[in-house]
Design a protein around this ligand. Structure first.
Ligand code: DX5
Ligand code: ZN
Length: 225
C-alpha cells in the first residue's frame, strides 16, 4: 500500500480567499490540492479553469495539484492545465471520444494521467488502459456538487478496482471522491483506497488540522486491522 494522501477539494473553500485557504489546508497537513473543474456542460455547474491553477502556483503553492476535469471535450484543455502547473490530470471516459489518446496526451504534456469512474460507470472501462494510468478516481457521488452523501456501492467497486491495480503491479493510486468524512474514511480505506478527496468535511470544519489528523488516524487504524 502506498502512503495515504489527503486531497482537500477547493470546491468547498472560500473562493474570495483561495490562496490563503490552500496555504492553510496544506499547513494543516494536506498532501495534495484537489482542483475541481466544471464546465456547465458535462456537469451542471461551473467552477474554475487554468488561470486559477496558475494563480495558485504564482501564489507559491508547491504541493501537487490534482486536477479533476469534469469537462467535455477534454483534449483541448489538457495543455493549458499542464502549462498552468497541474501535476495530475484526471478525466471522465464519457467526456472523451478517444480515452486512450487523452491519456497519452496528458502524459506527453508532462502530467500524470488519471481516469474517473462515475457511480454507474462499470470497472471494465479500465480494461486496456489501466496500465497507462497513474491514478484511478472513483466517484462516490455523482459529479457536479460538493456536500453530497457517500454512495455505498462505491465500497464494493473500490474492492474490485483494488484487485485490478494489485494484479497490474504498477504503483497506481486509488482515489475516492465524494462524501468522504472522518466517520466513513476507515471503511473506504479498508475497501482499498489510498487517496482521499474531501471538500465539505475539511473546509466546512473550523479546525482543518483536527479533521485531517482524525482522517489519517481512521485510515491508519483501518489499514492495520
Ligand atoms: C464533486 C467533486 C468533489 C467534491 C467533493 O463533483 O468532484 O471533489 O468537491 O466534495 P465533498 O467532499 O463535500 O463531497
Ligand atoms: Zn473532484
Amino acid at each position: 500500500m502506498q502512503p495515504t494522501v489527503i486531497a482537500p477539494s477547493i470546491l468547498s473553500a472560500d473562493f474570495a480567499r483561495l490562496g490563503e485557504e490552500v496555504d492553510a489546508v496544506l499547513a494543516a497537513g494536506a498532501d495534495w490540492v484537489h482542483f475541481d473543474v466544471m464546465d456547465n456542460h458535462y456537469v451542471p455547474n461551473l467552477t474554475v479553469g487554468p488561470l486559477v491553477c496558475s494563480a495558485l502556483r504564482k501564489h507559491g503553492v508547491t504541493a501537487p495539484i490534482d486536477v479533476h476535469l469534469m469537462v467535455s471535450p477534454v483534449d483541448r484543455i489538457v495543455g493549458d492545465f499542464a502549462e498552468a502547473g497541474a501535476t495530475l490530470i484526471s478525466f471522465h471516459p464519457e467526456a472523451s471520444s478517444h480515452v486512450h489518446r487523452t491519456v497519452q496526451l496528458i502524459r506527453a504534456a508532462g502530467c500524470q494521467p488519471g481516469l474517473v469512474l462515475n457511480p454507474a460507470t462499470p470497472v471494465e472501462v479500465l480494461d486496456y488502459v489501466l496500465d497507462e494510468l497513474d491514478l484511478v478516481l472513483l466517484m462516490s457521488v455523482n459529479p457536479g456538487f460538493g456536500g453530497q452523501a457517500f454512495i455505498r456501492s462505491a465500497l464494493d467497486k473500490l474492492r474490485k478496482v483494488r484487485e485490478r491495480i494489485d494484479a497490474c503491479g504498477r504503483p497506481i493510486r486509488l482515489e475516492v471522491d465524494g462524501g468522504v468524512k472522518p466517520d466513513n474514511i476507515g471503511a473506504i480505506a479498508a475497501a482499498g483506497a489510498d487517496t482521499f478527496v474531501a471538500g465539505s468535511a475539511i473546509f466546512g470544519a473550523p479546525d482543518y488540522a483536527g479533521v485531517i489528523e482524525r482522517m489519517r488516524a481512521e485510515v491508519a487504524a483501518a489499514v492495520r486491522a
